[in-house]
Design a protein around this ligand. Structure first.
Ligand code: MG
Ligand code: MG
Ligand code: MG
Length: 306
């Protein structure tokens, strides 16, 4: 049976495109692999697949007995529940090292860059394979998405260089315009339930024994979502009651470059303090905060260790 290349839960554009791209690259290397995803594409990813004529990967929620390559994560919490019964074959990722382990040697390419697709671009170069134009366009979109059009502090020189080369291969002339189209697609909130908005990009973290869930919705303008805030808070309260210490949602304004923090928490003061704030006025505005990975998770980890 083919090995599975699988992105994280609540798949974002990077995790879905990484699986598709990695499958192309590994097939060129002679490996028997299929891309998969732990869910259907969100609106932004659907835009990318449609624009570049790609098919959504098969949705998989069980991997018992399969060989698995992880892309865009290495945490058990982000993997299917029966991952312990699978065989880990490799990882390509750009997050902090997670807690998966293996019983045999694995191929790991983990680098502190802004996007998994930046690493994959480097891997095509390393193995000497050409990147098909449509995959290059999708990879470019993944980089634009993860780096918030190069505004996120997670952006590195490697991301800019990979994006420029991918734009050339894909024949994309105006990279910023493509980025705005992407985030406009991502900003589609009409008709979506509060739960689906929170879960579009939601990750649970183990913070010194406390389960903390952090969702993020990146929008071109927060006014799109203002009327939904009470319903979102209500849903966060429900999600907190599912065994979480805190359920939070970052409403990130990519033009104003900051995030509004909505939360339901056992210790809201502790969360506010993690960002140097008093819990005076809710929701909290976190100026300059665009990255969950670099500007939110480390603060929370420090606050929960204290
Ligand atoms: Mg991701
Ligand atoms: Mg990523
Ligand atoms: Mg992201």
């Amino acid at each position: 049976m083919s090995a599975i290349i699988l992105g994280h839960k609540n798949p974002d554009t990077d995790s879905i495109i990484s699986a598709i791209v990695c499958a192309d690259l590994y097939a060129k290397r002679g490996l028997d692999v299929v891309p998969a995803a732990q869910g259907a594409p969100a609106p932004e990813t659907a835009f990318v697949l449609e624009r570049f004529g790609l098919k959504a990967p098969e949705v998989v929620d069980s991997v018992a007995g399969r060989d698995v390559y992880l892309v865009d994560y290495s945490d058990l919490a982000q993997a299917p529940a029966d991952f312990k019964d699978a065989v880990l074959k490799g990882i390509v990722d750009h997050h902090k090292l997670g807690d998966v382990t293996s019983s045999a040697p694995v191929e790991c390419v983990i680098m502190p860059v802004g996007c998994t697709n930046t690493i994959l671009k480097g891997m095509y170069d390393f193995f000497g394979f050409e990147i098909p134009a449509n995959l290059a366009g999708a990879m470019l979109c993944a980089i634009l998405s993860d780096t918030v059009i190069f505004k996120s502090p997670t952006t590195t020189e490697a991301d800019r260089k990979a994006a420029a080369e991918l734009a050339r291969i894909a024949g994309v002339e105006d990279v910023n315009a493509l980025g705005m189209e992407l985030f406009t697609a991502k900003s589609a909130v009409k008709g979506a339930t509060p739960k689906s908005l929170i879960c579009r990009d939601f990750k649970d973290f183990n913070m010194s024994g406390s389960k903390v869930g952090v969702g993020q919705l990146e929008l071109v303008d927060l006014s799109i979502i203002e009327a939904e805030i009470p319903a979102l808070l209500e849903e966060l309260g429900r999600m907190k009651s599912e065994g979480r210490h805190t359920a939070m949602l970052l409403l990130t304004d990519i033009m104003k470059e900051g995030s509004l923090l909505l939360m339901a928490s056992d210790e809201p003061e502790r969360i506010a303090k993690a960002f140097g704030k008093e819990l005076a006025a809710e929701p909290l505005w976190l100026d300059g905060v665009l990255s969950r990975k670099k500007q939110v998770v480390p603060n929370l980890e420090a606050a929960f260790k204290a």
